[in-house]
Design a protein around this ligand. Structure first.
Ligand code: GTP
Ligand code: SPV
Ligand code: MN
Length: 628
């Protein structure tokens, strides 16, 4: 069967809402119809992902004050959006997993009883699009038609979200064409929750950033459905990303024997021309984008970017774990991105970008903390207020972000478009840790590696609501993103032993360790290539390692620090394993793991015991009292 060509309904056609239906997919048509009846938009537009559609929507948002066009001489094709100050990050407290059985969501998710939540959502969504346009946004996560790829359709009343989905996913005509009648897709319903007409027909003015204090980011993993209400921002609203590619996909992955992960994917090529593929999980705003786009300071090494946030990894026919990045763009943290820290990203951001919650310069460009050493003398801050370097608050919101197509990234790898994915040689786990965790350590084997992933703690960032800087357990950097019980997720990772013949090696890394004076001990960024080099040399079997209770670290002289201004004392501290501090860490882990009860895999408990067993003899014992 063929689908009719897409003919987007425009504001000029005020024919009945569903006069133009460019698909024969009955399930999709029914869902769109039912949703329009529930939410009562003025019109329905099927999105085709074209440039003309993008131009129309951005012009409309400029007129509405949602987007500010940036100076075309400074930042061609780019816009700035300022959100409502209450809609700046993911809302974990309003993120729900509605599985039939509470225990299937596990103790780390907000569980809701599916039928009760469905009722509640029906009430919330009822009439929520009055006075607005409802957009139907077909998209593919992964190359359209690829064996690992999946289709979704988002319904949204936010043109900002439509534009974001066009950058972040394969959105539009091709994805819809792939939705042949009977094809399964993930339905994702989104509304900013700000109707312009109330139940009795009274109209109100729109605002530049409509949203609602009441928010829901709701998932029904068993029926693979997503509902999001009240927010227009990031992972709350671009539903292909965290909601689909992580929370729903993690459930599919478990059922089907693969992995859906919060990981960057990169290709690193040695001076001898040997290519390695690495995947790395760090919690939100902990350096995935930076590592994915790293410019090596070590001569002869090259890094190419495949993904910066999400990896779908499957056992391949070659017995290796093969990864794709299901996304097509980057929704990255702006603050901290500068010419000295991430020149590749700076070049990527030169044109065709939608910035959100950055500051605005007086000549119509963007700025954020960390872009330049000296801030401009005057700015307009992310809230639209006049700002000078003396102002008490940051000019850009700490979770200000850019939305940009992967095609704009100078280090993008051709493999991004390979539907079969790349073979993963090593998996890295990291977090933001001012103490304890060494710069790099290699796991002894797969189950030790899974224990490393399960043990990640990290200082919280501005990427979600909560207290910035507070240490929290964030296993596999997936705490907010696993759609089922986290202990079952650990077991699923362990089960890859039986599914993958040539498993990747596993490493823990930490760029964020600090000295007693509070400064970072490691220069980070491009210098992290030295750590990648050691990892690659380990993979080829040519680098030496020394055993510690927390894994294998570079043997003396094996990490290339030539030309680095890191003192021998700092270098020692970067790898120091303080047994007392680590025993306390083991206690904290045990207490945290206790919530999983008997669902916690024995391998994880075993590795915790092994860690204690290795540490205990190292703790200095008080000297025996002298005989009287
Ligand atoms: P999400 O998109 O939220 O999932 O996060 P991400 O992991 O992609 O975050 P990103 O790479 O944007 O992290 C940005 C923050 O990490 C910025 O504040 C950077 O300055 C900081 N950062 C990244 N790499 C390093 C590093 O090597 N050393 C130090 N000290 N900071 C780093
Ligand atoms: C994260 O918080 O991990 C992000 C940003 O990648 S968001 O898409 O908003 O979730
Ligand atoms: Mn992320």
């Amino acid at each position: 069967m063929t689908t009719a060509p897409i003919r987007p309904t425009t504001a000029q056609d005020d024919a009945p809402q569903l006069s133009s239906t460019p698909t024969d997919h009955r399930g999709l048509l029914d869902w769109v119809r039912r949703t329009a009846l529930l939410t009562q938009p003025d019109e329905v537009v099927w999105c085709d992902g074209s440039q003309a559609e993008f131009d129309r929507l951005t012009a409309q948002m400029v007129a509405a004050g949602t987007l500010l066009p940036l100076n075309p001489d400074k930042r061609p094709g780019s816009f700035l959006a300022r959100t409502d100050p209450g809609d700046v990050a993911r809302v974990e407290s309003r993120t729900f997993i509605a599985s039939r059985r509470r225990e299937d969501a596990g103790p780390t998710n907000n569980w809701r009883e599916p039928e009760a939540l469905r009722e509640e959502l029906a009430g919330v969504f009822s009439g929520c699009m009055r006075g607005r346009t409802m957009y139907v946004v077909p998209f593919s996560m992964g190359p359209v038609g690829g064996p690992i790829s999946r289709l979704g359709v988002q319904i949204t009343d936010s043109p900002y979200v439509v534009v974001g989905m066009r950058t972040m996913t394969r959105m539009g005509e091709q994805a819809l064409a792939a939705l042949a009648p009977g094809t399964t897709f993930v339905p994702a319903l989104h509304s900013v929750g700000y109707p312009l007409v109330d139940a009795v027909g009274r109209r109100r003015e729109d605002v530049p950033w409509p949203c609602n204090d009441l928010k829901y980011v709701a998932h029904f993993p068993e029926s693979r459905e997503i509902f999001s209400f009240g927010s227009g921002y990031g992972g709350n609203a671009l539903l292909g990303k965290k909601c689909f590619a992580l929370r729903i996909a993690s459930v599919l992955a478990r059922e089907e024997g693969w992995l859906a992960e919060h990981m960057l994917v990169l290709k690193v090529t040695s001076p001898e021309g040997r290519a390695f593929h690495l995947a790395a999980a760090f919690p939100s705003a902990c350096g995935k984008t930076n590592l994915a786009m790293l410019r090596p300071t070590l001569p002869g090494w090259r890094v190419e970017t495949i993904g910066d946030d999400i990896a779908w990894m499957r056992p391949g026919p070659d017995g290796r774990l093969r990864a794709v990045n299901p996304e097509a763009g980057f929704f990255g943290v702006a603050p901290g991105t500068g010419w000295s820290t991430n020149p590749t990203a700076m070049r990527m951001l030169e044109r065709d970008v939608v910035f959100t919650n950055t500051a605005l310069t007086d000549d119509g460009d963007v700025w954020w903390e960390g872009m330049t050493e000296q801030p401009p003398a005057h700015l307009t801050d992310w809230r639209g207020r006049s700002w000078t370097p003396d102002s008490p608050t940051p000019a850009a919101h700490p979770n200000a972000r850019f939305t940009v197509s992967a095609a704009r990234c100078p280090s993008i790898a051709a493999e991004l478009e390979d539907p079969e994915g790349v073979p993963i040689d090593a998996v890295l786990f990291g977090g933001r840790r001012r103490s304890n965790v060494p710069l790099v350590a290699e796991a002894g084997d797969w189950s030790h590696g899974v224990f490393m992933g399960a043990s990640i703690s990290s200082e919280q960032t501005a990427a979600a609501e909560g207290t910035v800087g507070r240490l929290r357990h964030d296993p596999f950097a997936m705490l907010p993103f696993t759609g089922y019980d986290m202990a079952d997720y650990f077991a699923h990772w362990l089960s890859m032993r039986e599914r993958v013949e040539h498993l990747p090696r596993v490493y823990s890394v930490n760029w964020f360790r600090r000295g007693a004076d509070g400064r970072f001990l490691w220069p980070g960024f491009g210098e992290n290539s030295r750590v990648l080099e050691w990892i690659c040399r380990r993979l080829e079997g040519s680098a030496g390692a020394r055993h510690t209770p927390v894994g294998w670290v570079p043997a003396p002289g094996e990490l290339d620090v030539a030309g680095l201004e890191v003192s021998p004392a700092d270098l020692e501290e970067l790898f120091a394993v303080d047994p007392a501090a680590w025993l306390a860490e083991a206690d904290a882990l045990q207490e945290w793991f206790a919530r999983f009860g008997s669902r916690l895999p024995a391998d994880i408990e075993g590795h915790l015991e092994l860690l204690r067993w290795r540490l205990s003899p190292l703790v200095a014992r008080p000297a025996a009292p002298a005989p009287a």
